[in-house]
Design a protein around this ligand. Structure first.
Ligand SMILES: *Cc1c(COP(=O)(O)O)cnc(C)c1O
Length: 373
């Protein structure tokens, strides 16, 4: 599904040198690389504050903590996403309210959100799934009207840029009160271990988030609020400093692979190829097909028999996870989300896919459907 080794070898010297510098200084925690990366990422995204932390799940948790929500408050989240988007909500004693998603974009829409709002609703966590940004202008309109906080789960869409209706270009994750991202190795901007960050233009929220990520510490041994211990270490920051310089090129490579898939798969009637968003670039964290006529699992098996990996992100809507049984609310029938769980199939997608590999993958898919027809 990914080729982290190939990507490493293409810039091996830069990565080795960056890591060796950290070993040399032995400033493993809070070395200069961490601030350098936070500043560089802020510049790249066009956001005022970046707070680095230990992983993407922590970023979401810290963002929710910084907003000062109370037990029992409701937070709206799509039912079709990775568990992390919702587990932080219930972990903090808040109630996840699960919505359906749009069948074409795979994402939560302003209309889904409107159906989910109750007097207890305090925040929304839209998830920019698979590298495609939600319609944030519409979502922000609802949020402003209803006075709701917005935390964007941008773990899959870093580097996405959205052209707004007033022609401003805004980075995915930079519309709401917080954007949160993950540097898990397989993400579009991945480190060599765990890492994450949250970002905001709001000075006060940034101050709170930084304090919470550091044991709620205001100054040395003075702890103002209950926090946690969540850090990006210097080695990971050093790796990310190298990778951030390549991120736009990485995205181009992903988009190149996606357009190859598009060209060769678009006329297979049993398949729906992913749709670009009208307002923004797709950064293709995943290239995810919808396979119709209940053929998804047999296609997956066929591809495996040809040595081609493929993955189902995600096989279950969140409301069907036992962990949420007694702590969540389901806002509306999850018809699209449940259908997508049966249809989605993600193909290999990374920066190192060669023309030969792409050709092998699409011809296997064509063979499968030709044989079936
Ligand atoms: C990866 C991911 C996360 C969590 O990131 P970690 O760094 O693994 O904690 C959260 N949300 C989504 C949508 C993700 O894909």
């Amino acid at each position: 599904m990914v080729d982290l080794k190939g990507q490493y070898y293409r810039d091996k010297e830069s990565f080795d040198r960056a890591i060796a510098d950290v070993l040399d200084s032995s400033a493993f925690i809070n070395g200069p690389q961490v601030k350098e990366f936070a500043d560089a990422l802020a510049g790249y995204l066009g956001v005022k504050h970046v707070i680095t932390c230990a992983n993407g799940t922590d970023a979401l948790q810290i963002a929710l903590m910084a907003l000062g929500l109370q037990r029992g408050d409701e937070v709206i989240v799509p039912s079709f996403t990775y568990i992390a988007s919702a587990e932080v909500i219930s972990l903090l004693g808040l109630t996840p309210v699960m919505t359906d998603v749009d069948a074409e974009s795979f994402e939560i829409t302003a209309a889904n959100i409107e159906k989910a709002i109750s007097p207890k609703t305090k925040a929304i966590i839209p998830v920019h799934l698979y590298g495609r940004c939600c319609d944030m202008e519409a979502i922000m309109q609802v949020a402003r009207r209803e006075n709701l906080f917005v935390i964007e789960d941008n773990a899959q869409s870093i580097g996405g840029r959205i052209t707004c209706s007033d022609s401003r270009v805004v980075s995915a994750g930079c519309f709401g009160d917080f954007g949160c991202t993950s540097f898990f190795p397989s993400k579009n901007l991945g480190c060599y271990g765990d890492g994450g960050a949250l970002y905001t233009d709001n000075d006060e929220l940034a101050r709170k988030a930084a304090m919470i990520a550091n044991h709620g510490q205001q100054k040395k041994y003075v702890h103002t609020v209950t926090g946690c211990n969540s850090r990006l270490d210097s080695i990971q920051a050093a790796v990310l400093n190298v990778k951030l310089r390549h991120l736009d090129e990485y995205i181009q490579r992903r988009r190149h692979a996606a357009s190859y898939y598009d060209r060769h798969l678009s006329d297979i009637p049993q398949i729906i190829i992913p749709k670009e968003s009208p307002s923004g670039s797709h950064v293709y964290h995943q290239y995810t097909l919808r396979v119709l006529e209940d053929m998804r699992d047999s296609l997956k098996e066929y591809l495996a028999s040809k040595g081609i990996p493929s993955m189902v992100y995600y096989p279950l809507t969140l409301d069907r996870q036992e962990a949420f049984a007694s702590v969540s609310r389901v806002a509306e029938p999850l018809d699209n989300a449940s259908m997508l769980c049966r249809q989605v199939l993600s193909l290999p997608m990374h920066t190192e896919l060669s023309e030969e590999e792409l050709e092998y993958i699409v011809s296997a898919i064509k063979d499968f459907f030709n044989g079936k027809r």
